[in-house]
Design a protein around this ligand. Structure first.
Ligand code: SF4
Length: 437
């Protein structure tokens, strides 16, 4: 989102964007400082930009990070960068750019599409509803880099959503650090959506987005009680039946050590109740194994949770200490080989669950959104309501062997397909017909 805002502003002011270091007068590097690998990757990217171009401005989370000598990590590592700003600092980045590369005289304002410049394909877009987080999970340094929760007023979010839909977007992916907490910082203040008073709150936002008639997918939802309010919208097909809920663990003591939000919720019962309302609900989650102090019994609790919850899509990481995170000081770190062994047991169990969950789709005729083409295989690549782009699986769509007509490669369009097979991650389908046929 930050990159997109900066790109939009640059284009609005008449700057041209170059994909090559050599053709650029200046390079802007947007960094991430969340995990140590990302820090190294960002520092390497800055080094590469300095070597290839030499005139570099750095922005993003890493810009706010202190270095070993107590100064700024980036200027300590790469003293030649022209300027450094922290995250969400579009205006500061623009000021630095103006200083080092003055604005072109004749800005082609009309070249900027109404919805701005997006990095995602034209048919889906991320909609950021808030920034920062009021929680203090012990393994996470996002609040120290991005600050407490700041929600965008619902009127502003809806204006952006409407303009994206007007520009042809078919799927909106709602993102934030804590989607369930939307509006809590501004006491769910009432704002105006097309002249109508609406509270800045998750349920009201979902209702407003559902009325736009496109796919709306919710990410980073914590299982607070009010999440139940959006399930009827999912059951009636107005909101995608999809919840991305980062549970991270199941054992109450581990969750306490992690200082996780909503850790007291009875998650198995909640999942069962949601599925009773909306049987097609897809639940995606992420987990950490080998968190400091995790005992074999606590880990087995997690495996039992997985077995009982039957989640559809799951990612799992071994705990890795992040510079500056409170969890680093916790007692009894888990040895690396035990972490890896637990990861393996976790993934083997989840693979059988994911496989069984996906098999339920075989034999159904479903609507998919076409993302692309695999020319080598002669297939279209699409997604059902159960697949978020980039993180979940895909549907590989082949032509009907009994039809003499080639399938139209209508990227960004919906189509109906017949699911004929599945594996641990993806579905396989035969094309039936496109929305426009
Ligand atoms: S909820 Fe926890 S993990 Fe997520 S951003 Fe906030 S502090 Fe970090």
């Amino acid at each position: 989102m930050d990159s997109e805002r900066i790109l939009t502003q640059l284009r609005a002011e008449g700057y041209e964007i170059s994909p090559q270091y050599q053709d650029a007068d200046l390079v802007v590097v947007n960094t991430c400082g969340f995990i140590d690998e990302a820090v190294q990757e960002s520092l390497d990217a800055i080094g590469e930009a300095l070597a290839e171009n030499g005139r570099v401005i750095v922005t993003g989370c890493l810009g706010a990070k202190a270095g070993a000598a107590g100064g700024n990590l980036i200027t300590e590592t790469h003293p030649k960068v022209l300027a450094v700003t922290g995250p969400h600092a579009t205006q500061e980045v623009m000021q630095a750019i103006h200083r080092h590369l003055p604005k072109p005289h004749d800005p082609f304002l009309d070249l900027v599409p109404e919805q701005g410049i997006r990095l995602t394909p034209r048919h889906y877009a991320y909609l950021k509803i808030s920034e920062g987080c009021n929680h203090r999970c012990s393994f996470c340094i996002i609040p120290s880099m991005r600050g407490d929760l700041v929600s965008r007023p619902i009127g502003e979010v809806m204006r952006e959503a409407e303009s994206l839909v007007k520009a042809g977007v078919k799927e909106l992916l709602v993102i934030s650090q804590d989607t369930s907490a939307y509006g809590v910082d501004i006491k769910y203040r009432t704002d105006f959506v097309n002249g109508r008073p609406v509270r800045t709150r998750m349920t009201e936002l979902c209702e407003a987005l559902a009325a736009l008639g496109v796919w709306v997918r919710l990410h980073y939802v914590y299982p607070y009680p009010h999440v139940d309010e959006v399930l009827p919208l999912m059951a009636s097909g107005k909101l995608l039946p999809y919840l991305d809920i980062p549970f991270q663990h199941s054992h109450p003591d581990v969750l306490k050590r992690m200082k996780r939000p909503a850790s007291g919720e009875k998650n198995i019962e909640r999942v069962a109740a949601w599925r009773a309302i909306c049987p097609d609900l897809t639940i995606r989650s992420t987990f950490i194994v080998g968190f400091p102090g995790e005992t074999e019994a606590e880990f087995e609790h997690l495996l039992e949770f997985l077995q009982a919850a039957q989640l559809d899509r799951v990612g799992c990481f071994t705990y890795s200490p992040v510079d500056g995170a409170a969890a680093n000081a916790l007692a009894n770190p888990v040895p690396e080989e035990i972490k890896l062994e637990r990861l393996d047991r976790f993934m083997r169990l989840q693979e059988t669950i994911s496989e069984a969950r996906l098999r339920r789709w075989v034999g159904r005729r479903v609507r998919v959104l076409i993302d692309g083409v695999d020319a080598d295989e002669g297939q279209l690549i699409g997604r059902t309501t159960a697949d978020a782009p980039d993180i979940d699986g895909v549907v590989r769509i082949s032509p009907d062997p009994n039809s003499r007509h080639p399938i139209p490669a209508a990227i960004g369009e919906f189509a109906m397909v017949d699911i004929v097979d599945s594996d641990a991650h993806d579905l396989h389908a035969i094309y039936f017909k496109g929305d426009k046929q």
